[in-house]
Design a binder for this molecule. Sequence first.
Ligand code: ADP
Length: 395
Amino acid sequence: MNVLVINCGSSSLKYQLLNMTNETVLAKGLCERIGIDGKLVHESPKGKHVAEHAMPDHAAAMAIVIASLLDAEHGVIKSKDEINAIGHRVVHGGETFTASALITEEIEKAIEDVSELAPLHNPPNLTGIRACRQHMPNVPQVAVFDTAFHQTMPAKAYLYALPYELYDKYKIRKYGFHGTSHKYVSSQGAELLGKPIESLKIVTCHLGNGASVCAVDGGKSVDTSMGLTPLEGLAMGTRSGDLDPAVISFVMEKEGLTAAQVTDILNKKSGMLGLSGVSSDFRDLDTAAREGNKLAQDALDVFAYRVAGYVGRYAAAMNGIDAVIFTAGIGENDTAIREKICTYLTWLGVELNPELNGKRGQALDVSTPNARTRTLVIPTNEELVIARDTKMILK
Ligand code: ADP
């Protein structure tokens, strides 16, 4: 069974075709600058193919993806019929979706209904679903939600201390994101430890451009750092994360800005980029800090301090902790930031083996032999989770 995994952004479309008989990637790629001009990067065992194509909309981009998969030179299938199912990453499932779902007219309407909670993310996801239907009307499609894994959070974790009617009327609450990643790395971590996930208290740290921490108790999410939107929680590449809500009206008044303008600052001009003035990319920040840039150093310190704070908070939420897991671009690769975070966690029994911590890109227990709490690095694989869910639902 071949599953095509699609992740649509407002001007991009990422894809991966997986053979789910043996869980191998047949081809993957990215369409960028959709609606502007259009660029395709397609990779398969036959090599990397980069080309410029007009992509006025997502349907046009989808046509190019299909053509690339079928191409005589760099394609991997002979007919569209070899695509048996399509799995979509959908960012927000609200309270409606606690698991992945086969896309029907009704489900599509439900995704549309929760779009209000994620106006930047869900509409492009829906566009991707429609573009696929246009080109492959008979292929079943499944939606896999970033929020679904966190629907097991108890009310004490997801309720904001606001007038209850705001939750009642608008469903304003914590939802959490990166669910597929937190779910995947926690289950992989349990496997690496050789213990049933039901017996483990794990804190997963998904540290990429967007970053979140999750408390996984017995395999279930019981708390997470992102909220109604992916802005809450950690300081991220360009997002502020947690702050005193009064800051917003203060900045609006002082700078004469609208709420939308301040929200834009919080999402796109804050975080590591805003603090350092250097970059949102940790490789640039590491270099700048090594060269003595104090603001870059401060930004890295803020990042590590806040991650460690959440790990401590979630150890309390679960009344214990067996393992901390690092994943995503920064979590998997930035050995210095892992070390910096772990220096705050010795009281929890975290102890890094510096030699093992220096390794990258593989699932590894990087703790000392006697560390009471294990520290694991697990490369995430959100596409695989989406393809697995798609296969499972169609069975
Ligand atoms: P997203 O999927 O959220 O866009 P990723 O998980 O791909 O992000 O993470 C991207 C980030 O990972 C980059 O911005 C960079 O900061 C960081 N990163 C990637 N490789 C390295 C590395 N070798 N050392 C330090 N940081 C890295």
